[in-house]
Ligand binder design. Structure first.
Ligand SMILES: [Fe+2]
Ligand SMILES: [Fe+2]
Length: 257
């Protein structure tokens, strides 16, 4: 292959964190798009750590709208390519799918209304830890492997495909849905419509607390509709059972009654 990234002076396997945008294939490349989102995520994590209550809810909403479409596009576009072209792609992608699964479960827990005062910071801290691990695994390991196997043109084509999916993907956690095609691809459209409608309700409730009651009711109805979609058997097609092996930070044991 002659069409290699301009940064081939950079040794193979160099973390994305230590490569320039030019070395990663320019603005269209999936590697640059990934790095850009990871920088945004880092900024939101910083805000998450310094906020509480309603202010933290706003940050969490932004974080969800960044993280879930980003991860969904990885799972449906990038990781299938990784498994095809990278020798140990199966093991590498399984690791990040487990991280994504845990992020889904943690955010779902954070959405619950009946959290104890100590649970929320514990879940937020665990979420931050898993998100950071996911970024490091991708930038230091998976994506340099992908860079080694693909040409610049291929990285750019993949970048465009990844971006198209990212912009139309679900924005909320769906831990029941397969992390792999075809289940996640089949679930994308209905869940994306429902998630975006729920996000609009949440934004309205955060902006106008007096309208919060009806907005929360509508949001919950949309959430129930999403749950019904998730439970359709087709949405679990393609799932690797080991994805669910990763344990979330263990929940505090409930006092036995
Ligand atoms: Fe990523
Ligand atoms: Fe990821």
């Amino acid at each position: 292959m002659t069409d290699r990234p301009t940064g081939r002076a950079v040794p193979h396997g160099t973390s994305l964190a230590h490569q320039s945008h030019a070395a990663l294939g320019g603005p269209l490349s999936v590697l640059v798009r990934q790095k850009r989102d990871h920088v945004r995520l880092d900024r939101l994590i910083g805000q998450l750590k310094t906020t509480t209550g309603r202010e933290q809810d706003r940050v969490l909403l932004q974080l969800r709208r960044l993280v879930f479409p980003h991860a969904f596009a990885e799972e449906s576009v990038l990781w299938p390519v990784m498994r095809r072209v990278v020798p140990d792609g199966e093991a590498l992608t399984r690791q990040v799918e487990q991280e994504h699964q845990e992020v889904n479960e943690l955010v779902l827990r954070l959405d619950e209304e009946q959290l104890t005062p100590s649970e929320r910071p514990r879940l937020v801290n665990r979420l931050i830890k898993v998100l950071r691990e996911d970024v490091r695994d991708e930038e230091d390991s998976l994506l340099p492997e992908l860079q080694r196997e693909l040409t610049v043109s291929e990285l750019r084509r993949l970048g465009v495909a990844w971006e198209v999916v990212r912009r139309t993907a679900p924005t909320r956690p769906h831990p029941v849905v397969s992390r792999r095609p075809p289940g996640n691809v089949l679930a994308a459209l209905p869940l994306s419509v429902l998630d975006n409608a729920r996000d609009l309700c949440e934004v309205a409730a955060l902006r106008a607390p007096r309208a919060a009651g009806p907005m929360h009711l509508t949001g919950r109805a949309l959430g129930r509709a999403a749950t019904r979609v998730e439970r359709i058997g087709l949405m679990r097609r393609g799932e690797n059972p080991t994805t669910h092996v990763a344990e979330s930070d263990p929940a505090p044991s409930k006092p036995s009654t």
